[in-house]
Write a protein that binds this ligand. Structure first.
Ligand code: FO1
Length: 315
């Protein structure tokens, strides 16, 4: 197939990104990653979704915890606790190495794209892993306690506050990163795969960047989304709770309506097959398959299904 652009958030998206990386030649894939979750913590720049994609592609991800590095140790956290430093955000010792290396590069003047390219190449990752933007965009959630920064909402408050609205501070003005803009304009772009990340928290920040939604609409390239809904709920994370709080039913129909004209095809889980008829009646192409990714075989199979869905849209 010609070039494939994958849009990914953290954990769920990273799994499909790893599947795509396993079945495509590295030069045929660009993975654009949400940076709305990024934040400055203890003087370091932490990019959780870039980390999740990087660790998944390098085979370093902790599959039990869902984030961070496998076989992790926590000596630095123990010391931080002894020192009375903030300990609500868990930085493993190996993971800390990533944040130190990235932050040093950024302080030395590299862009986030340059730093990410150097760090992913150092870990032997061949496809391009690209931050959505080099400009800071920050996802914020409005709750009864006011606006919260993403990691404060997600990790410190464990998504407990009721969400009323979401905004991407800096999003509308921030340009896509150079490699993202270049990929959107590639004449050989053959498919866009929206990974099964949280549409509201992880994919929307990418779509909110200056010109991205318009560029995707203007291209005659199939856009295939893999739904994060399984069995009428979200496998992990705050998606189901958030959709309820935002007044939406937790369904593939709501996911499809949210993406609207952006997507041509939705891949849904077999447990939600009853929804297919309604989605098709609304004009969307639908593939029904097993979307839960427990191992490499699942990831690669789902990647192949998403790519073949794109091929059917190309005709
Ligand atoms: N998620 C947690 O639930 N608790 C943590 O302490 C935590 C630490 C952490 C450190 C580095 C990193 O790259 C990710 C980390 N995550 C943690 C995951 C992260 O906050 C979320 O999964 C994403 O932001 C949502 O995609």
């Amino acid at each position: 197939m010609s070039h494939v652009l994958a849009l990914s958030g953290g954990v769920g998206g990273a799994k499909l990104a790893a599947g795509l990386a396993a079945v495509l030649a590295p030069e045929d894939l660009t993975i654009v990653v949400n940076t709305g979750d990024d934040f400055e913590h203890l003087g370091l720049t932490v990019c959780p979704d870039i980390d999740s994609v990087t660790y998944a592609l390098a085979g370093l991800n902790d599959t039990e915890r869902g984030w961070g590095v496998k076989d992790e140790t926590w000596q630095a956290m123990a010391m931080l606790r002894d020192l009375g430093a903030p300990d609500w955000f868990n930085l493993g010792d190996r993971d800390l190495g990533m944040h130190l290396a990235r932050s040093a590069r950024l302080r030395a003047g590299e862009s986030l794209s340059e730093a990410t390219e150097a760090l992913t190449r150092s870990l032997g990752i061949a496809p391009r892993v690209v931050p959505m933007s080099d400009a800071p965009v920050r996802t914020q959630i409005e709750t009864e306690a006011g606006w919260l920064e993403f990691q404060h909402y997600f990790v410190r408050e464990q998504c407990r506050p009721v969400a009323r609205a979401i905004r991407f501070a800096g999003g509308g003005l921030a340009e896509p990163s150079p490699a993202f803009a270049e990929t959107l304009a590639r004449p050989d772009l053959g498919a866009v795969i929206v990974c099964p990340s949280n549409p509201f928290l992880s994919v929307d920040p990418i779509l909110a960047l200056a010109g991205v939604g318009e560029a995707l609409q203007a291209r005659d390239v199939p856009v295939v989304a893999v739904s994060p809904i399984v069995g009428g709920t979200a496998i992990k994370g705050p998606l189901a709770k958030l959709m309820g709080e935002l007044g939406q039913p937790v369904s593939n129909a709501a996911i499809a309506a949210h993406y609207g004209a952006l997507i041509d095809h939705l891949v849904i889980d077999s447990s939600d097959r009853a929804e297919a008829e309604g989605l098709r009646a609304a004009g969307l192409s639908v593939t029904i398959t097993h979307t839960v990714m427990c191992d490499a075989e699942d990831r690669e199979r789902l990647a192949r299904v998403a790519l073949s869905a794109a091929r059917t849209e190309t005709g």
